[in-house]
Each structure stands twice: as structure tokens, then as C-alpha cells.
Design a protein. Structure first.
Length: 157
């Protein structure tokens, strides 16, 4: 892995974060409890604040689904920055729950969620950027988004 802080690694990747989304219901986008940061489920918000939409295995293939999961990760990074100031305040990824809006016969949910996990690994490294994970298929997701992801992070003391 390249040296530097999480913020420096993100800058080197040349990726742009979308605006941090506002809650679409009665919940907090993130919550700090002790040295843990809990992120609510996030969808694939694009730079123009629109959402990527579609069902994987019906409206899009697994490659587009994986890109949607990467966009969810970027959205999550935007929320982290908006609420705690810097990605450098994250010590490690603890858990990721990836929910995939997919056709009943679709069986590659883990591949899709790798779009998020691979980005986190490139930001925080293989040791700290990869936590435990679940990747599950759903019959539908809000607004027909292809992917929703929630996560738990450990913060530096």
C-alpha cells in the first residue's frame, strides 16, 4: 500500500466525493459511541446529488453494480468528512453490511460489495481498511437504488 494518510491516499486516487446526503427519514446519518462511528445505510449518491438506480441482474450487470457500490463508499466517505472532519480520524473498518437490490437469480452479491470494500482497503490499507462483512440480496431497496451499505468504524482515541 502507498504511504500517507487516508486523506492523502484518497487524493492520489483522484476521486471526487459527492455531497454528504441529508437523511431521508427519521434517523441520524452517523453516530459516535465511545470510539466507534456507526454509519446508517447509504445509497449511491452522485456528484450532481442524483442517485444511481436499477436492479442488478435486471437493469444492470454486476460490473455496473460494483461501480454503484464504489459510489456508495464515496458517499459514506463524504458523510464521515462532514461529521468528523477528516478520514484520518478513522483507525479501521470494523464491519460492512452490503445490501444488493437484485433479481432473484442473481448470486454475485459479494462481488458487487467488493466495490466498497476495495475502496476502503485502498484508503485505510489491507489491515485497517478491511473488516468483517456481509453481502446480501434484497427484493428491493428504497428508490430502486442498486446498493445500500452501512458500516461501523473504529476512531482514533
Amino acid at each position: 500500500m502507498e504511504e500517507g494518510t487516508a486523506e492523502e491516499r484518497l487524493a492520489r486516487l483522484g476521486l471526487t466525493l459527492p455531497p454528504a446526503p441529508k437523511p431521508m427519514g427519521v434517523y441520524k446519518p452517523c453516530l459516535i459511541d465511545g470510539n466507534h462511528l456507526y454509519l446508517s445505510g447509504h445509497g449511491p449518491v452522485q456528484e450532481d446529488q442524483t442517485l444511481i438506480k436499477g436492479r442488478i441482474g435486471k437493469d444492470m450487470d454486476k460490473e455496473r453494480g460494483k461501480l454503484a457500490a464504489k459510489q456508495v463508499a464515496l458517499t459514506m466517505l463524504a458523510t464521515i468528512r462532514a461529521h468528523i472532519g477528516s478520514l484520518n480520524n478513522i483507525k479501521r473498518v470494523i464491519k460492512v453490511l452490503g445490501m444488493v437490490n437484485c433479481a432473484p437469480e442473481f448470486e454475485n452479491q459479494p462481488y458487487v460489495i467488493n466495490g466498497c470494500s476495495e475502496l476502503f482497503a485502498s484508503i485505510w490499507g489491507e489491515e485497517n481498511g478491511v473488516g468483517v462483512r456481509s453481502a446480501v440480496g434484497m427484493g428491493s431497496l428504497p428508490g430502486n437504488i442498486p446498493v445500500e451499505i452501512e458500516a461501523v468504524f473504529e476512531l482514533y482515541d
